[in-house]
Write a protein that binds this ligand. Structure first.
Ligand SMILES: Cc1ncc(COP(=O)(O)O)c(C=O)c1O
Ligand code: FES
Length: 515
């Protein structure tokens, strides 16, 4: 794709998304593609021609038509082989052709009134450019990428290898070190269990170090390893959420096989000192795995500079499709892992199973865009984050959770003292938010991450996570600030504790009687 095309498309898609976020806080995504247009009569209640249509149609074609076919196409206006698309009666090359007209429609998927979306750590909306890149693989380009005997296989295989390259570039790796998985959960399982089982077999390396604030899938993988007889150290973190390097070093033992510490925390956004951890691990000849689900594409990540041996990546956290991710597995010095899924030996024998080309291509495109726009996105998100934080912290008895210096600005976690987080979430129904992991679980336990930071149960219960992303607008932040201020004030006025605080009574001086 040319720079000009990509720049105008970027501007157009931003514009398009911004326009679709209505004054009521409605966020809808728009997408352009030939197949979306074909099916638009069926799926859209309200047709809409987007400003991105021309550029993105062109880009779909660029992605779909392989380089070796391009010359033939340029000369003849046809793809080398003529195929009728099953069920459509349309020749495959006509579907791929910019002249065919079927690409030149765009649809806004009208899903009705929706809250403002500020839950970017849970997932992100699909970038319309990503959907555009994926669509040909849901229609004409349906070959099994592992088929070696015909063009159907070759063309999807080629697209997969291009995607692998985009992912590798984003993290400074070699494409051969990228193993596709179903997402970061699988990559975390694969890394933690895989290294432990491979190196634990000899009986010499049966210890793993992780932290108490990891994602549940890392913690649970460690629990399973404990059942298999491995020893696990769950390191505490400091009050600001960061690992204490001296404690990490002290926890290392001659039988330590792996250190698994996440890059950016999904609840509080703190960024761990990855370079320091990598250096320490390398000096002790211990493998370093990091869960990069919330980091890759959002902060600069370089596996060589940071001496990372394994890294989990998720596509849907960076405006790519759900159900796809990758595991970076270092080749030099080589990291060995026991595969969790065995079978046909795909992905260097580390993860068997037929790859989903559409998902892989979408993930690759999401990484390519992230790489291209990381500086721009970071600047915008930081600006919105500063505005949000300043407004929220101007409310009395409000504090930010986690290190205010070392955190990803797109993840703002704030405690509103004397307000129950659950009640605040209910009062903010017009904004899609989360309190981290706590209120999403059936247990209603306060967040284990905030507890690990030493927060009291009360503070953990009164915390809300605000997730800002590529398509968040200033108008949305202003709306959120106004709504939060209004409703926190309202809820506090209902609270007897707040009344005592207003009267100047120190709550910790009160002796509460039990009834
Ligand atoms: C830090 C972290 N690790 C892992 C995951 C799981 O990722 P996936 O949904 O790709 O399995 C998430 C997402 O919830 C996450 O935030
Ligand atoms: S804030 Fe989640 S249970 Fe109270």
């Amino acid at each position: 794709m040319s720079n000009i095309a990509s720049t105008s498309l970027r501007q157009a898609s931003r514009l398009c998304l911004k326009q679709s976020a209505s004054s009521t806080g409605l966020l809808r995504s728009s997408a352009t593609s030939k197949v979306a247009s074909i099916s638009s009569q069926k799926i859209s209640r309200r047709g809409y021609v987007s400003e991105t249509k021309k550029d993105s149609a062109q880009i779909s074609v660029d992605t779909a038509i392989k380089a070796d076919q391009k010359a033939f196409f340029a000369e003849t206006g046809k793809l080398p082989e003529q195929h009728i698309m099953p069920g459509t009666g349309i020749p495959a090359d006509a579907m791929m052709s910019p002249m065919a007209g079927v690409l030149k429609q765009a649809t806004i998927m009208d899903e009705g009134q929706r809250p403002i979306y500020l839950d970017m750590q849970a997932t992100t909306p699909l970038d319309p450019r990503v959907l555009d890149a994926m669509m040909p693989f849901y229609s004409g380009l349906y070959g099994n990428p592992h088929s070696r005997t015909h063009a159907y296989g070759w063309e999807t295989d080629k697209a997969i290898e291009e995607a692998r390259e985009h992912i590798a570039i984003l993290i400074g790796a070699d494409p051969k070190e990228i193993i596709f998985t179903s997402g970061a959960t699988e990559s975390n399982n694969m890394s933690v269990k895989g290294v432990a089982r491979f190196f634990g077999r000899s009986g010499k390396k049966r210890h793993i170090i992780t932290t108490q604030t990891e994602h549940k899938c890392v913690l649970d993988s460690c629990r399973h390893l404990q059942d298999e007889g491995f020893d696990v150290t769950y390191l505490p973190v400091q009050h600001n959420g960061l690992v204490d390097m001296a404690e990490l070093e002290a926890a290392m033992r001659p039988d330590t096989a792996l250190v698994s510490i996440m890059a950016v925390n999904n609840e509080i956004g703190v960024i761990q000192p990855l370079e320091e951890i990598g250096k320490l691990c390398r000096s002790k000849k211990v493998f370093f795995h990091t869960d990069g689900a919330q980091a890759v594409g959002k902060i600069p990540m370089d596996v060589n500079k940071m001496q990372i041996d394994l890294m989990s990546i998720s596509s849907h956290k960076i405006y790519g499709p759900k159900g796809i991710g990758a595991c970076y597995v270092r080749r030099r010095p080589r990291v060995r892992i026991d595969p969790i899924i065995s079978g046909g030996g795909q992905e260097r024998g580390l993860r068997s199973g037929t790859l989903a080309p559409a998902l892989v291509v979408g993930f690759g495109e999401a990484c390519r865009i992230a790489q291209e726009e990381i500086a721009y996105d970071s600047k915008r998100i930081k600006m919105l984050s500063d505005r949000l934080l300043e407004g929220l912290l101007s409310l009395e008895h409000t504090t930010q959770n986690g290190s205010p210096e070392h955190f990803y600005p797109g993840c703002v976690n704030v405690s509103f003292a004397y307000v129950e987080g659950e009640s605040l979430l209910m009062a903010l129904k017009d904004i899609a938010l989360s309190s981290g992991s706590a209120c999403t679980s059936a247990s209603l336990e306060p967040s284990y991450v905030l507890r690990a930071l030493g927060s009291s149960d009360d503070m953990a219960h009164s915390s809300i996570r605000f997730g800002i992303g590529r398509f968040t607008t200033e108008g949305e932040i202003d709306y959120v600030l106004k709504a939060v201020k209004q409703r926190v004030t309202f809820l506090r006025e209902l609270s007897p504790l707040w009344e005592l605080v207003q009267e100047g009574i120190a709550l910790d001086s009160i002796e509460w009687s039990q009834h």
